[in-house]
Design a protein around this ligand. Structure first.
Ligand code: C2E
Ligand code: CA
Ligand code: CA
Ligand code: CA
Length: 281
């Protein structure tokens, strides 16, 4: 029994160091990825629930690794956050997304702009230059602030160690809007909704899955929509995959949606064509 115990222990520590090695390898590869142009930003349409009119898109990071192929963001973003690389990667994302937003909006009729949503990691708020970084990204491509929405998480607002409040006020003062991503997961404190300059709630996709079959799930979504409206916040439902889900959300008065029903994340050129196909008769 003793021998078996030891071998099990050895097996365990071997698999641990295996994992540590794998992680270091991923980190080393991440360091090269920006310089070698391995990142791409894809864009997933965001639409009005009433008429499916495209109002914008969320920019989602893709990593095309030369040997591993497509590495999903849930795999590499946590690593990039831990080692701090999310800061330069996040700056690249801001520059790309602002340039894309400016290019698309220059071709659009005034009064019907596309708003591009960009994900920010809490780590990016730990350096005071974030407001300047965002301003530079807007200036570099003559992107108007109204064309950009920044998505942040509840985690950021509830961690008192960062200077989130000043930075968020600074970002809002630039003229951009702020959205809370994955709303309804993890935390229950709601006081921050009135403390910070938040404009939009993105209802987490985990609620959509059984919205039409589970009354408790439907109840949560209904409550979030009611609360959002009474606080004068915009609402976006994430992860909308079926017409039944869309119908429920429409009925509850949710304005905007995002999900496979309306389009998968796609490369910039494909998104441009997707939008053009919808506006030209
Ligand atoms: P997120 O911000 O919550 O993004 C939404 C995720 O839901 C995306 O996953 C998207 O592809 C997926 N999705 C969209 N519609 C549907 C649907 O109808 N059904 C289902 N099942 N899924 C749907 P993705 O692209 O794999 O990104 C995962 C996460 O990685 C994002 O979650 C975000 O937290 C993070 N991420 C992605 N790009 C960036 C970035 O540029 N910066 C930072 N900091 N994080 C990013
Ligand atoms: Ca997001
Ligand atoms: Ca989300
Ligand atoms: Ca998420």
């Amino acid at each position: 029994a003793k021998a078996r115990g030891r071998s099990r222990h050895e097996f365990h520590s071997e698999s641990l160091s295996e994992r540590a090695r794998e992680r270091l390898a991923l980190e080393a590869d991440l360091r090269r990825a920006i310089a070698e142009g391995q990142f791409e930003l894809h864009y997933q349409p965001k639409v009005g629930l009433g008429d499916a009119h495209i109002v914008g898109a969320e920019a989602l990071l893709r990593w095309k690794h030369p040997e591993r192929g497509m590495v999903p963001p849930d795999r590499f973003i946590p690593v990039a956050e831990d080692c701090g690389l999310i800061v330069p990667i996040g700056t690249w994302v801001l520059q790309q997304a602002c340039a894309a937003a400016a290019a698309w909006n220059r071709e659009r009729p005034a009064g019907d702009p596309l708003r591009i949503a960009i994900n920010l990691s809490p780590r990016q708020f730990m350096n005071h230059d974030l407001v300047q970084t965002v301003r530079d990204a807007l200036d570099a491509s003559a992107c108007r602030p109204e064309w950009i929405e920044l998505e942040i998480t509840e985690r950021l607002l509830l961690d008192e160690r960062n200077q989130a409040e000043d930075i968020l006020n600074g970002l809002r003062a630039l003229g951009l809007t702020l959205a809370i991503d994955d709303f309804g997961t993890g935390y229950s404190a709601l006081g921050y909704l009135t403390r910070y300059p938040i404009g939009t709630l993105k209802i987490d996709k985990s609620f959509m899955r059984d919205i039409t079959t589970r009354p408790d799930r439907a109840g949560i979504v209904r409550a979030i929509i009611l609360m959002g409206h009474s606080l004068k916040l915009g609402l976006v439902a994430e992860g909308v995959e079926t017409e039944e889900q869309a119908a429920f959300l429409r009925e509850q008065g949710c304005e905007l949606a995002q999900g496979w029903l309306y389009g998968r994340p796609m490369p910039p050129q494909a998104f441009g064509e997707h939008v053009a196909a919808r506006i030209t008769p």
